[in-house]
Design a protein around this ligand. Sequence first.
Ligand SMILES: [Mg+2]
Ligand SMILES: [Zn+2]
Length: 192
Amino acid sequence: MERFVLVDRDGVINRRMVGGYVTAWEEFQFLPGVLEGLALLARHDVSAIVISNQAGVGKGLLTPAALEIITQSFLREVHQRGGRIRGVYYCPHRPEDACDCRKPKPGLIFQAQRRHGFRLHQTYLIGDSPTDLAAAQAAGCPALLIAENSAPPASLSPPAAQNVFTSLAEAARFVIAHPLDAQPLTPAPGSP
Ligand SMILES: [Mg+2]
Ligand SMILES: [Zn+2]
């Protein structure tokens, strides 16, 4: 049965632009192990859904059309390498727009959930920032953190930060080894 994993984009799939935004495909750089990790997930029937803030659109730093070219380009690369991304959900708004979809709000996760029908508490979200973890928590999704030095940011409380990985490939192996919908149901005491 197909399962899903929610994945942040910048800092998880591709290298973050320091202090800026990826505004062209030429600036999009896959992080090490990402293509292999997505292919590994696909072989285990786990599809990725991208959940990403792209306030650069609202700030006029990149057009929706430019963002769409970047999206189609990385999707083509991922799919050519055996990975599977079923959907890409962006918040284009600026922080001051006070929308419902910009992480740490869970709106993008709910949009994806309505379209794909997964169970929130059985779907991991993989992110690299406190706002990812906050959005996952608000939606009821278990969160996995990518941190380059495998130490969680000091701002994270211990329960939120217990699953920390250095790459998407490493997090993918955890997702496969710990499926959330394959737990045997424990019958309640005294049930027939
Ligand atoms: Mg990020
Ligand atoms: Zn938004």
